[in-house]
Design a protein around this ligand. Structure first.
Ligand code: PEP
Ligand code: MG
Length: 757
């Protein structure tokens, strides 16, 4: 059974659109379960109906015609109960509805299971039989297992074909229906989608109109020639070490390349107007489907070979792309399966208005970069039809996490209006630049910037920041092919320190591991976020840590604005060890005659153990900085990058708020200043709570700084304390958020947390 299940899922996954996916499901499930009918009803969310979308067993003419209101019939019953309905004789059930066009009067036994994706009903999978007998438990569990796994694949197929799919076919209204992701960076953008992908990711290559068909054909032919050459030389190398039968794989590859099949089909598709890479994706997917559908295990495995071959050709195609800068539309929305920092860097800053990524979440580092650049972003759009949106018009709502592909005129008009209001708002915010962040009852809360790129130092200065509260040193490490040397590092740090001097700059020591990997220092772990990261690596590698500490200290020579921050601290011993190494580096440099001061040192509170030992930690250092991105992840046991659980990741969870209050109180008891540098600090609604808690400073992305300043200048600390007290009585993050947003609306600041003024 396991094999059958795996095969069905695989076939559905590679289906080219929803129709094909559903067709595969009904045929395969009917056969596997040995039933008389298998049908899929899909939920049309616009019309609130369940529509028969595919069947093997009922009359074909009924497809698209049989439509039941949401709660109507046995299908409605399955949807309402959200669990299987197993009946020996369906026609005698009170919910039974008869549709003459379906020809279904001949069937008695009925088993329907809901298809649920992210808690939402996608449709109902039904099998039926002539006989009057309940389905056995193993049949029920098989159908439940298959429906649970198909939910994601169906949602994806619906989205892939969705633009031309179910809803638009049915009523042309699809473009008014948004796809939902996570808010990544605030703001609204209307632009043109440009899909970016890595050379090895064949599945997400976008369709794109070929500029020059002839050139695309010759590009493809050259790629084929190069791959053939590679395989021939591989074959040559292997001749001595592999027996002939094992070498057959390479022969098979060559055969696939030389035979007319793949090449001719790709060229035919290019001639129809798709560019070479898109034509290749379509062709390879079709071949894989054919192999996947084969009964013979050996032949089925060949699907993987076809995919591998496709990837090789794609790599060659991409390597031939001319080095000339890519053309980006004036209002580019960068979209893709996974957007990386280097993809962002490729787009001219002035042209980039939005980012949409199928993977990742609010605290992924790409979202952090987008915020730093003031570009709206939506992350974790599970159903993003990556291959079909290149060049399409797209709207990004970074407040609610919604995107609209090919938006209808009404939706577009609405968002244009919101954009105008946003522009007004940012003008007002800009005017706040020179004004201090002081509450009406005279409490000053210095606002700092989170940074990590030399390039964003200038916008940071322009945003009216009073310094850098968090400089993530790992970014300069990430864009190199080896650890940067002491001089190299010293130069980077000095530039940042000088740019802000005399305003303070907090340099954080290396925080790699988790989701921040260095290409030249691979770490293989089952649980990277619970593994070797941050200070743990630095202390295990004093030779790397000391180089960084010396570079930082030397960079501060003659300046007195540098603070050092230690990430991922979990015990007092780690602080003691780090301070010992710092003192050693300091004394070595003093002995060498370098003119430096011992910097202020702080620890990050990012793991629950540090919250409980905050007083012991605070006693050892000069300041505390709370990293709420990680603290939320570790307190709630929710991976900050996992789109599947992103709904559960919320820094307003009452447990996180209590931990924060405890941290602030503990630090204050030790008279140690405490700031917040996680993304939460840049959320205008949350800033009210942090002000109420008595936090001494906040550090955030440049784009959010004026928003938070507005809040600080509007709310007295007294009022913030009152709001905090009430917020702490709520039992869920959702209620806290609602309460804070209302407080902002009441104060006339609603435009800070939603689109519009
Ligand atoms: C945090 O965890 O809140 C933080 C600021 O550090 P980073 O996002 O770099 O892990
Ligand atoms: Mg962190």
């Amino acid at each position: 059974m396991l094999n059958t299940l795996r095969r069905i899922i695989q076939e559905v996954t590679v289906a080219k659109d929803l129709d094909q996916a559903l067709e595969v499901i009904v045929l395969r499930v009917k056969k596997a379960m040995d039933v008389d009918v298998c049908s899929v009803y899909m939920t049309d969310k616009v019309q609130n109906e369940n529509v028969l979308m595919a069947t093997d067993g009922l009359n074909d003419e009924a497809v698209g015609m049989v439509r039941l209101k949401k709660n109507q019939g046995l299908i409605g019953l399955v949807g309402k109960r959200e669990e299987p309905v197993n009946l020996a004789d369906a026609p005698v059930h009170p919910c039974y509805q008869y549709f003459p066009e379906s020809g279904e009067e001949r069937y008695h036994a009925f088993l329907g299971v809901p298809i649920i994706h992210h808690r939402e009903l996608q449709g109902v999978l039904v099998v039926q039989r002539h006989s009057k007998k309940h389905f056995s438990e193993d049949k029920v569990t098989f159908l439940v297992t298959i429906a649970a796994q198909l939910a994601g694949a169906i949602a994806h197929a619906e989205a892939s074909g969705g633009i031309d799919g179910l809803h638009s076919r049915a009523q042309g209204a699809r473009s008014a229906v948004p796809l939902q992701g996570q808010p990544g960076a605030p703001g609204v953008a209307i632009g043109t989608a440009v899909v970016n992908f890595t050379a090895t990711n064949l599945e997400v290559v976008p369709d794109r109109a070929a500029d020059d068909i002839k050139a695309e054909v010759s590009l493809f032919k050259k790629a084929i020639k190069d791959v053939r050459k590679d395989i021939q030389s591989m074959l040559k190398r292997m001749t001595e070490v592999l027996p002939a039968e094992e070498r057959a794989l390479f022969d098979a590859y060559l055969l696939m390349l030389e035979g007319a099949g793949i090449s001719d089909e790709v060229i035919r598709r290019i001639k129809q107007g798709n560019w070479a890479a898109g034509a290749l994706r379509e062709t390879i997917a079709e071949h894989m489907r054919a192999f996947d559908a084969m009964e013979d295990d050996y032949l089925r495995e060949r699907a993987e070979d076809v995919r591998d071959l496709g990837r090789r050709i794609l790599e060659k195609l991409r390597s031939q792309e001319p080095p000339k800068p890519k053309k980006f539309p004036v209002r580019t929305v960068l979209a893709g399966d996974e957007i990386t920092a280097s993809m962002l860097a490729e787009v001219p800053v002035k042209r980039l208005v939005g980012v949409v990524s199928r993977r990742g979440s609010q605290t992924s580092h790409v979202a952090i970069l987008a915020r730093a650049m003031g570009v709206s972003a939506v992350m974790g759009v599970d159903e993003l039809p990556v291959s079909h949106i290149d060049g399409r018009s797209i709207i990004v709502d970074g407040y609610t996490g919604r995107i609209f592909i090919n938006p209808s005129r009404t939706v577009r008009g609405e968002f244009k209006h919101l954009l105008r209001e946003e522009a007004e708002l940012s003008k007002e915010l800009h005017e706040l630049r020179e004004k201090p962040a002081i509450t009406p009852d005279n409490v000053g809360i210095p606002l700092y910037i989170n940074s990590g790129l030399l390039a964003d130092v200038r916008p940071s200065l322009k945003s009216g920041a009073e310094g850098i509260g968090l400089y993530r040193t790992e970014f300069p490490f990430m864009v190199r092919d080896r650890f940067p040397g002491e001089d190299e590092q010293c130069k980077i740090y000095r530039q940042v320190l000088k740019a802000f001097s005399p305003a303070p700059v907090t340099l954080r020591t290396l925080d790699i591991g988790g989701d921040k990997m260095l290409p030249y220092f691979p770490i293989e772990e089952d649980n990277p976020f619970l593994g070797w990261r941050g200070i743990r690596i630095s202390l295990d590698h004093p030779e790397i840590f000391l180089v960084q500490l010396r570079a930082m200290l030397r960079a501060s020579a003659g300046l007195s604005n540098m603070n050092l921050l230690l990430p991922m601290i979990n015990s007092v011993a780690e602080v003691d060890d780090a301070l010992r190494l710092l003192r050693r580096a300091y004394h070595e440099l003093i002995d060498a005659g370098v003119n430096i001061n011992m910097p202020h040192v702080g620890v990050m509170i990012e793991v629950p153990s540090a919250v409980y030992q905050v007083r012991e930690l605070a006693r050892r250092v000069n300041f505390i900085s709370v990293g709420t991105n990680d603290l939320t992840q570790y307190l709630l046991a929710v991976d900050r990058n996992n789109a599947r659980v992103a709904d559960l990741y919320d820094s307003l969870h009452p447990a996180v708020l209590r931990a924060l209050q405890q941290t602030v109180d503990g630090a204050k008891d030790e008279k140690t200043p405490v700031g917040v540098c996680g993304e939460m600090a840049g959320d205008p609604a949350v800033a009210i709570l942090l002000l109420g808690m008595g936090v001494d400073n906040l550090s955030m992305s440049a784009a959010n700084l004026p928003r938070v300043k507005w809040v600080i200048r509007t709310f007295t600390q007294r009022k913030a304390r009152m709001l905090l007290k009430e917020a702490l009585t709520f039992e869920s993050a959702h209620l806290v958020r609602h309460f804070l947003n209302s407080a902002l609306e009441d104060a006339g600041l609603g435009g800070l947390v939603r689109a519009g003024r």
